[in-house]
Design a protein around this ligand. Structure first.
Ligand code: SF4
Length: 726
């Protein structure tokens, strides 16, 4: 009996009239869930379900996946190309030929006038791997700009940089199956239940079979922190101090894996000398974790037979993001926890294909983890593509976060944005607005015509959504999975692959290079270029990937399946075959709270939304659970300022201000507030986004604000409601 009711109504499951289920892979986060979209007799998407024999999600989906089929018919999908000669004039509909001709002519005009690098391309982690590879060929081999990067600089570049510095290459070494083997899990800056619900479910399944300690390092009492055995509420931006101190205790107490260090690492002496300075007493004063807890956690981690670390944006989005990743890697190297079941350094990636762009887009180098800085790599790719290697630059160009300042200074005059939305996602958006206004030419390619940046564009190119085209995504555990085409693109929208191929035809150099028309044709090129490399795809085909519900790389020719882990033999990608233990001195360079701006501002994700809400903001079942810009605030701090629960407050930073609804909660300490980052004209009006020196990733999560009750609550409610419309 439920709440005293003697008679319960039977649960009715509506018959949605599904006549066919089509296999694909979820297009939101990097978990990589296999999904089937149900189509009715009219060919409309009416349902979605998890694929039960897929190893990643075993039939489960989170709320975003469950309602993903609604995207096909969601509001403000782009139907046709749009053009205008001035950004203050209204858009006019255009044919694809006209829009592409105009765009190609503008790129050529700007490059002729100001040089090849004066036109920038900024892409995404959302399109298919075959599309990334093709865009890379277009950007590097045809248009020839070196100012070409992806929005993954906002989320994953610290992980990439940290992996390269420690192991000599990018590539997460572990997998989800490590949960089944580990004896201790430490999570840094990762609210797994909200960010990656199905990875969290895999962890919970492992914990139900066999209990092991879970340690969560996070300044906020997140959902993950609430279920942890130990929660370390660290002072923002001080992870390197905590990690150095953990290593200090491990080395001082002789808990390290001496044999592993000697056989597989370099730099031990310098590393040991540096961490010797980070005794728990001194470290506790900086990182806010008491000395006994530091010692206890170090012992628990080092004494576990296998221990693993996972992390997300709490580490990456910092002025020490790359150092934080290196320090996590070093912790696992000194305890011998790399390349073994349950022992790993696993960066949980963000977007569905953040890995695909890292592997194949040529943003930071050349395809297949090749480097522009290496002559051999430049020659190999130039020969394969049939072009002069001298056309390639000899080192990478600007990161996304340096491209925008280069627009301010006039170095960059034109830009092509592909499935990215800097007007919401970049720090300090008031500055980004002025920056975009300076461009002579901006083209925006996106599935939605109302994406905020179209306000500043001259051309809008409507792109197909994930299930309207075919190709691959790579997930967090290096698993390549297949996105099958579920239905035709909306209106006259086109697959990004088609758009890149058509653009290539409009340049003389593009006519000389081969651009395969089909995703399978592109995949064949990738397979050949990957043969014998760390990310070997040569044993994969689209059909084999679907049949196995994803294959992990490396998967060499002839292999039945892929390898679950990297570095199992202790051989790393640095020239000497060893991993590097790198000493990291802590530099306190964040904007910190002070008398004038006394609160830390922290930001993050909620489970219902994805990134800038371009898609989830259109789905009623998602939006109704989290419809509004809000702030978590500690009740004691609120009381002192006269700020009320469910009232409105104004936050002010040195960059701008924002009005939010207030949710009082003990999840944040009295000197901190938290705001989800998804909403336009909200948290990123306030952030400063100082950049990591290695990865150029912004410190979204560390800046200072002051607060006041919104003077007119009614007006604040109107502003708040307006913010929902994007
Ligand atoms: S966990 Fe990620 S990949 Fe899986 S259904 Fe949810 S959004 Fe999609």
């Amino acid at each position: 009996m439920l709440f005293g009711r003697a008679k319960k109504n039977p649960i009715k499951i509506a018959d949605k009239g599904v006549v066919e289920w089509k296999y694909t892979t979820c297009g939101y986060c990097s978990t990589g869930c296999s999904i089937e979209v149900g189509l009715n007799a009219e060919g409309q998407g009416v349902a979605a379900r998890g694929v039960d024999d897929a190893s990643v999600n075993q039939g489960k989906l989170c709320i975003k996946g469950i309602f993903e089929y609604e995207l096909f018919n969601s509001a403000n999908r782009g139907k046709t190309p749009l053009m205008r000669d001035k950004v203050y004039r209204p858009y006019l509909e255009a044919s694809w030929d006209k829009a592409l001709d105009f765009t190609a002519a503008e790129i050529a005009r700007i490059q002729e006038k100001c040089g090849r690098d004066s036109f920038a391309i900024v892409s995404t982690g959302q399109i298919l791997t075959e599309e990334f590879y093709t865009l890379g060929k277009l950007a590097r081999g045809v248009i020839g700009t070196n100012n070409y990067d992806g929005n993954t600089t906002l989320c994953m570049s610290s992980a990439v940089s940290g992996y390269k510095r420690s192991f000599g290459s990018d590539g997460p070494p572990g997998c989800y199956d490590d949960f089944e083997h580990t004896e201790c899990l430490m999570a840094f800056g990762s609210n797994l239940p909200e960010q990656h619900p199905i990875i969290f479910w895999r962890l919970k399944m492992a914990l139900e079979k066999r209990k092991f300690p879970v340690i969560v390092v996070d300044p906020r009492v997140t959902m993950f922190a609430q279920m942890a055995d130990i929660h370390l509420p660290i002072t923002p931006g001080t992870d390197v101090v905590l990690l150095n101190s953990l290593a200090h205790v491990i080395l001082k107490e002789g808990l390290e894996d001496r044999a592993y260090i000697e056989a597989h690492t370099s730099g031990y002496a310098e590393f040991a000398e540096l961490v010797a300075q980070y005794d728990p007493v001194s470290a506790s004063k900086i990182c806010g974790i008491d000395e006994d807890t530091i010692r206890h956690v170090a012992r628990v981690y080092a004494k576990a037979g296998a221990a693993m670390s996972i992390w997300t944006m709490g580490i990456n989005q910092s002025t020490h993001g790359s150092d934080g990743v290196v320090a996590i890697n070093s912790l696992n190297l000194v305890t011998g926890n790399i390349g073994k079941p349950g022992g790993t350094s696993l960066s949980i990636t963000g977007q569905c294909n953040a890995m695909g762009t890292r592997e194949w887009s040529s943003c930071s180098g050349l395809p297949g983890y090749r480097a522009l800085e290496k002559e051999k790599d430049r020659k190999e790719i130039a020969e394969y593509w049939g072009m002069d290697p001298e056309f390639f630059p000899k080192q990478r160009g600007l990161f996304m976060t340096d491209i925008f300042p280069a627009i301010e200074t006039g170095q960059i005059k034109g830009m092509w944005l592909i499935a990215t939305n800097p007007m919401t996602s970049m720090p300090n958006t008031p500055r980004i607005r002025k920056t975009l206004e300076k461009l002579e030419f901006l083209v925006v390619q996106d599935a939605y015509s109302d994406v905020e940046t179209t306000q500043y564009a001259h051309v809008y190119l409507p792109a197909a959504l994930w299930g309207e085209k075919e190709g691959c995504f790579t997930n967090t555990e290096r698993r390549v999975n297949l996105v099958r085409k579920v239905m035709e693109p909306h209106g006259d929208a086109r697959a990004d692959l088609w758009i890149f191929n058509e653009m290539a035809k409009r340049f003389e150099r593009g006519q000389k290079l081969k651009f395969p028309a089909t995703p399978a044709g592109v995949f064949d090129e990738m397979r050949e270029l990957s043969k014998g490399r760390m990310l070997d795809y040569s044993g994969m085909t689209h059909d084999k990937i679907e049949a196995q519900r994803g294959l992990q790389w490396p998967c060499p020719e002839g292999a039945d399946s892929g390898a679950p882990r990297l570095y199992t033999d202790g051989a790393f990608q640095h020239a000497d075959g060893r991993a590097k233990l790198i000493p990291l001195a802590f530099v306190d360079n964040n904007e910190r709270p002070d008398e004038e701006y006394p609160f830390w501002l922290n930001s993050g994700r909620v489970v219902e939304h994805f990134h800038t809400r371009t898609r989830t903001g259109k789905i009623g079942n998602m939006n109704k659970f989290s419809p509004t810009p809000y702030m978590e605030m500690n009740p004691d701090a609120a009381k002192k300022l006269g700020i009320a629960h469910m009232g409105y407050a104004r936050l002010i930073s040195r960059r701008g201000d924002a009005v939010v609804m207030v949710q009082l909660t003990q999840r944040v300490p009295p000197n901190m507030v938290f705001i989800p980052f998804h909403i336009h004209e909200c948290v990123n009006r306030l952030t400063i986004g100082l950049l990591d020196p290695h990865s150029r990733q912004p410190a979204f999560k560390q800046c200072a604000v002051k607060l006041e009750p919104a003077q007119c609550q009614l007006e604040a409610a109107v502003v708040n409601a307006e913010a929902r419309t994007f």
